[in-house]
Design a protein around this ligand. Structure first.
Ligand SMILES: [Zn+2]
Length: 103
């Protein structure tokens, strides 16, 4: 799966602001290199991916997730829905099938 988009990380941005208030300009500029993506050297360090579809059993699934290459922050939202039945129709899951989905 390729990255759908890249974004800055809100946690890294807050840490950069904190460092800006306590470091000298020279120290700050040197430290900012640690907040660039290790491979692409950009400030957009959060890889966002998503996937959705309907399986053979009629279950619609939607997954949206992101991961920061610098601080490791990880977002993972998954939802499944099926047509109405006597047992209800809505199941919410988190993290349990992520590994299988990325294979
Ligand atoms: Zn981060």
């Amino acid at each position: 799966m390729s990255a759908d988009e890249w974004r800055t990380c809100p946690f890294c941005e807050k840490e950069k602001e904190r460092l800006k208030s306590i470091l000298t300009v020279t120290e700050y500029e040197k430290k900012m290199k640690e907040f660039l993506h290790p491979e692409y050297e950009t400030e957009e360090v959060v890889r966002i991916d998503h996937d959705f579809g309907i399986d053979d059993n009629g279950i619609f699934s939607f997954w949206y997730g992101g991961n920061c290459a610098v601080c490791g922050a990880d977002w993972d939202f998954k939802i499944k829905d099926s047509p109405p039945t006597s047992k209800g129709r809505f199941v919410l899951e988190k993290n349990d099938e992520r590994g299988a989905q990325n294979d």
